[in-house]
Design a protein. Structure first.
Length: 1152
């Protein structure tokens, strides 16, 4: 049995932890493909419309490993054609997509697999269309979003690394096949994609391959994405040893995983950490990613590629482990199953290409020809044409096994070698001469035939002068000293190849240096100054053949200052008394020095005059009120210097210091008292003078209380509870500010407001009389209380709520066990509804209390009887209103007794069925639905693998020990089929399934996706009433909605066959039509008709409504059999025609 594999899971922010939905039903589409076959030595596909390097099939013999002795490239061709016909669909603008398990969607993995197959088979049109589709659906990191809806529209965001590495390898093959001719530059695109993988899908610093561009690394990786053979090819193609490190890291992680988990053979887990242990981040995958399942199954194939391409020793060791596991542990390829725990025990029971083919690839390094040949035959014989994943991988495996999945170039030749760039110096010319200090412009031409120039570097000998990353390539080399120089240009292309230009020699010669000129322009010779002197020195300096490097000022031989730029000057301050000789020394850019003529100066000492100072404010005996703000101002001067500072004093206490005119200080917060104020001036040489004294008096002032009045509400205002009362007040303070206003009810503080306008909204005020005041406090603490304002709040009468039952209608009828939905409308004019309760008579229905709208309750399992239903509404104040009563009747479901006959249902009625399992699938979309000709049982996507369907609305009376034959027509789901079907007699419905009177019976035979009659025999375990129960089993959680159909249900007792033999002979043929045995007519639920006849023959029965529309028809009925009519049909009149053995009769039935 072959297995259709669910899509390989791509882990993202949203796929493992978020819900596993985001899928929808889809319309199946199929691409009609036509292939022309030409018979040469064997049949090959004819799609090679463009010349290519390696025609298909290549039939290569790899440099390493063993090839199957029974290989045939025609097997690869046939499977490629099947894959292309079943899974390739054309989009617009020349794009192609590969259809996923859900045919309306495409995953990036499928696009990359398709690119590999198209590149190796030389199918350039398909390759270009797939690659353009990939590029159309890339994210900002340059990798394809992992799932797409049809031809466009992202269904799953972010990249999956396995698709990126396969797509990059396919682009390298395409570059080898078709070079860069045409609309796509395969080389540039390959290098761009490999760079994106390096930047976003390899963990920085560890070389661990991440499973996507947005997650994973050492904490979570997927060994089935490891393609070390590809990575060695990337290293050569990109001239980047980084990829050799990634390849080596693959084996470190794989060996860690096998060792840590004591794995059998090469059974790696689907997911793991870089240390090999299971990852907590893989909790959203089946078994936490711990098994060798549909991800890990690809690992032997990827490692086998590394061995046959490069002969890597680690690849051979791993491949032999995998091959020996199948050959020795399992006893051969034919025993391979589709999933193992790492200890080697099978966890699934299917035999398919995904697992068989990967192990067959490993056998190429297994050193056992017979096992390899048997594995090839096993793979070839599996039919997986209807499984996207299995058929795609089978085709890739066959390409490898038949020598058509080769390292581009040949079995062992690496991809095309990168052509080195060209470069030449265009300036200066060889042997050019320059004068120092020289300015030399270097220019170069550079080109790359098979890529681009990454940079051009200019060198003097081995010394790098400059790097230029874009044309035109040039550099201006300035201030070149005298000497001989050898100039080269070195070009590096985008692949890292380097070419150095021919050398150019230049000479830079030195010119004789002229000494600079310098003269002192100030001070003048014999100038005189007083101490402390400030002497400004200035000089003129020039250099005829260069520049002035510096000018230095000297006192004798003592350097005073150096100035490196004109104007050359220095202010020499604090010069003491004495005689001085001043010179200026100029140095030019070549080091020549010239000293100016000397200038003599004299500095003499002078006696210091004390400063003068007077207080200008306040005036003497000025008076102030506390807290006072007193501005102190003073005038100060120094005849022979400057004022260093002026200090203000209260007595001997320093108040403030001011270092610049105007001299003042604002003395604030001065308390009551008498004060003596002075100002003290200090000049630049430290002489001090104190001003005349000024006396002032500060007296205390009395605080004025604030004023306050309530402006709202008005006195004696009236309100209705619950009241909202706005309190407002005006407050002012003549000699200060208002600190706060408080609002009181009596002595109870209601609120405090610290800023105008002063207000407070008092809400939910209960009924009563209130006395309101406002109290104002000023900045000095004085308090004033306003006049009181009285208000009255009166209670408002509560209005009772309103309530009415809107469903069910009065006198509605139901069939037991009934499910009755109760709904009510409730409102409260002056409040809110607190709750609505539903009652049967005076009994509160359990679980029926609703505290919020909509008010509804589903009363289930209602037994037969008459009921009076009411709804009771309670408002927020406790007022209660009861709705008008509604009467309903629940009648017992008819109990059918097969007796000596058969109970039949042509079209089962959905209302009589329930679905149940241990999950809450029935609350999430799993249900029974009526269609025109059958009952449709629906099971939700990602539901439980098991589901019960129970016909609780139709009871059947059975006798203990009596055998009953149950037959029915069953149609399976085509996409996600039921794999097992069981039938049982249920005595009751449980929350998680059916309560059976004995174990269910398994339906034998296949279960196709077309109506097929199924029959089982069940012996009743006890006498009583039972219900038919169907148990549907699936192979795991369904990844799509499941739809199965049932019709023409028949339950016959074992006595039915023998009873016909004991039946009296029918009347003569001429009277037979008039002798039908009719049941009740009119009838409520269903009635019967029986056609007595001398022999058992088939009956055609057709039932029409009064519009002439056929409501039921059957060709499988017989004479001498009780036929049940009318179940599930609406009330009305029907015409029934029975035809048998040349006889026909039409009669009328009335259902009420």
């Amino acid at each position: 049995m072959n297995n259709i594999r669910s899509p390989s899971t791509v882990f993202n922010k949203w796929n493992m932890i978020l819900n596993p939905t985001n899928r929808s039903s889809f319309m199946k589409k199929r691409l009609l493909s036509a292939f022309i076959f030409v018979s040469l030595v064997f049949t090959t596909v004819c799609h090679q419309t463009v010349a290519q390097t390696q025609p298909f099939p290549a039939n290569k013999t790899y440099s390493y490993g063993t090839m199957p002795g029974n290989k045939n490239s025609q097997d690869a061709i046939n499977n490629y054609n099947t894959w292309k016909t079943n899974y390739v669909e054309a989009c617009s603008n020349g794009r192609f997509r590969v259809k996923f398990d859900n045919r309306s969607q495409t995953v990036s993995e499928g696009i990359a697999y398709g690119m590999l197959l198209a590149a190796y088979s030389g199918d350039r049109t398909l390759f270009d269309g797939l690659w353009n589709y990939y590029k159309d659906n890339r994210n900002g990191n340059g990798v394809m979003n992992w799932k797409i809806n049809g031809c466009s529209g992202t269904a799953g965001a972010n990249g999956a690394t396995d698709s990126e590495v396969d797509a990059a390898m396919a682009l390298i093959v395409a570059d080898y096949q078709w070079s860069t001719s045409g609309s796509i530059n395969y080389k540039n695109d390959a290098k761009a994609l490999i760079t994106a993988i390096k930047n976003f899908e390899v963990e920085s610093g560890s070389y661990v391959l991440k499973p996507g561009d947005q997650f994973g690394g050492s904490s979570l990786t997927n060994p089935s994405y490891f393609a070390p053979g590809y990575f060695r090819t990337f290293a050569t193609y990109m001239n980047d040893t980084f990829w050799n490190n990634v390849a080596d890291k693959c084996y470190v992680v794989i060996n860690n995983n096998l060792s840590v988990n004591n794995a059998a053979g090469g059974l790696v887990s689907d997911w793991c950490t870089a240390s090999g242990s299971y990852s907590s981040a893989a909790g959203g995958y089946a078994n936490g990613g711990r098994n060798y399942s549909y991800d890990a199954a690809r690992t032997p194939w990827r490692i086998a590629v590394d061995y046959v391409w490069y002969g890597n020793a680690s690849a051979k060791t791993y491949s032999k482990k995998s091959s020996d596991f199948v050959r020795v542990n399992l006893g051969g390829s034919q025993n391979v199953k589709d999933g193992y725990s790492q200890n080697g025990s099978a966890v699934s029971n299917y035999h398919n290409s995904t697992f068989v083919g990967a192990f067959a690839a490993a056998a190429m390094a297994g050193e056992n020809q017979s096992h390899l040949d048997n594995s090839y035959s096993d793979l070839k014989g599996i039919n997986d044409a209807n499984s996207y994943f299995n058929q795609t991988l089978k085709t890739l495996y066959l390409f490898l096994l038949t020598g058509n999945f080769y390292l581009p170039g040949s079995g062992t030749v690496v991809p095309p070698v990168n052509a080195a760039p060209t470069v030449s110096l265009t300036a200066p010319s060889n042997n050019a001469a320059f004068n120092a200090p020289a300015s030399v412009t270097l220019t170069a031409n550079a080109a790359d035939a098979d890529g681009t120039i990454a940079k051009v570097e200019f060198f003097n000998g081995s010394t790098l002068l400059n790097t230029d990353a874009s044309a035109p390539y040039s550099f201006n080399w300035t201030n070149v000293a005298a000497g001989n120089y050898t100039i080269t240009a070195k070009a590096t292309d985008n692949a890292g190849a380097v070419t150095t230009s021919a050398a150019v020699s230049i000479t830079v010669t030195a010119a004789a240096n002229a000494a600079p000129t310098v003269s002192l322009t100030a001070p003048s010779n014999n100038a005189a100054f007083n101490v402390p002197a400030s002497v400004t020195l200035t000089a003129n300096a020039a250099d005829a053949d260069g520049t002035i490097a510096k000018v230095e000022f000297f006192n004798g031989s003592t350097l005073l200052n150096t100035d490196a730029s004109a104007p050359y000057s220095f202010t020499w301050t604090g010069v003491a008394a004495g005689s001085y000789t001043i010179t200026a020394k100029a140095t030019d850019n070549a080091g020549a020095v010239t000293t100016s003529a000397a200038v003599s100066i004299t500095v003499t000492a002078a006696a210091n005059a004390a400063p003068t100072v007077s207080l200008t404010a306040p005036s003497n005996n000025a008076a102030f009120t506390a807290p006072a703000s007193v501005t102190l101002t003073a005038n100060a001067a120094d005849a022979d210097g400057t004022i260093a500072k002026v200090e203000f004093f209260n007595g001997s206490t320093l108040l403030s210091t001011d270092a610049s005119a105007p001299y003042s200080f604002n003395w604030t917060g001065v308390a009551a008292g008498n004060y003596t104020i002075t100002a003290k001036a200090t000049d630049n040489t430290g002489a001090v003078t104190t001003s005349a004294i000024v006396s002032i008096t500060v007296t205390a002032a009395a605080n004025v209380a604030p004023t306050v009045s309530l402006t709202a509400p008005s006195n004696n205002a009236a309100f209705t509870a619950p009241a909202s009362v706005t309190l407002t007040a005006n407050a002012a303070d003549a000699d200060g500010t208002i600190a706060k206003v408080e609002f009181f009810n009596g002595s109870t503080l209601l609120s405090t407001d610290a800023s105008a306008p002063y207000s407070f909204t008092w809400t939910n005020v209960a009924a009563g009389n209130y006395t309101i005041t406002a109290k104002a406090t000023d900045n000095a603490g004085a308090v004033t209380t306003s006049a009181t304002v009285s208000i009255t709040v009166t209670a408002a009468a509560n209005a009772a709520p309103t309530v009415s039952l809107t469903a069910p209608t009065n006198n509605a009828a139901f069939t037991a066990p009934a499910s009755v939905t109760l709904t009510a409308n409730a409102a409260d004019a002056d409040g809110t509804i607190a709750k609505v309760e539903f009652f049967n008579g005076s009994t509160l229905l359990t679980g029926s209390v609703n505290t919020s709208a909509p008010y509804t309750f589903t009363w289930t399992g209602v037994a037969a009887g008459s009921y009076t239903i009411t709804a009771r509404a309670t408002d927020n104040t406790g007022a209660v209103t009861t709705s008008a009563a509604v009467s309903i009747t629940v009648t017992a479901a008819p109990i059918e007794n097969p007796g000596n006959d058969c109970i039949t249902e042509a079209v089962p009625v959905a209302a009589q069925w329930v679905v149940r399992n241990s999950w809450t699938d029935q609350n999430m979309g799993s249900k029974a639905v009526s269609t025109a000709d059958a009952l449709n049982i629906k099971h939700r996507q990602w539901g439980n693998p098991e589901l019960w369907a129970i016909e609780t609305g139709k009871a059947i009376s059975v006798v203990s020990g009596q055998s009953y034959t149950v037959s029915f027509d069953f149609k399976n789901d085509a996409q996600t089929p039921v794999t097992s079907l069981e039938i049982g007699f249920a005595t009751a419905e449980a929350w998680n399934g059916a309560t059976l009177d004995q174990p269910a019976v398994t339906v034998s035979g296949s279960i196709p996706a077309s109506f097929t009659t199924k029959t089982v025999t069940i012996t009743a375990a006890a006498t009583g009433t039972i219900y038919l129960a169907y148990k549907l089993k699936l192979n795991g959680q369904p990844n799509n909605e499941v739809n199965v159909f049932i019709k023409n249900i028949s339950v016959c007792s074992s006595a039915a066959a023998s009873s016909s033999a004991a039946r009296p002979a029918a009347p003569a043929a001429s009277n037979e039509v008039n002798d039908l045995l009719m049941g009740a007519n009119p009838f409520a639920d269903q009635t019967t008709v029986e056609i007595p006849y001398a022999s058992t023959t088939s009956v055609h029965l057709i039932m029409r409504d009064m519009n002439g529309l056929t409501v039921w028809e059957s060709y499988s009925l017989q004479t001498n059999q009780k036929i049940y009519l009318g179940s599930g049909l609406p009330i009305g009149t029907y015409l029934v025609t029975v035809s048998y053995d040349g006889n026909s009769k039409t009669f009328r039935l009335l259902k009420y």
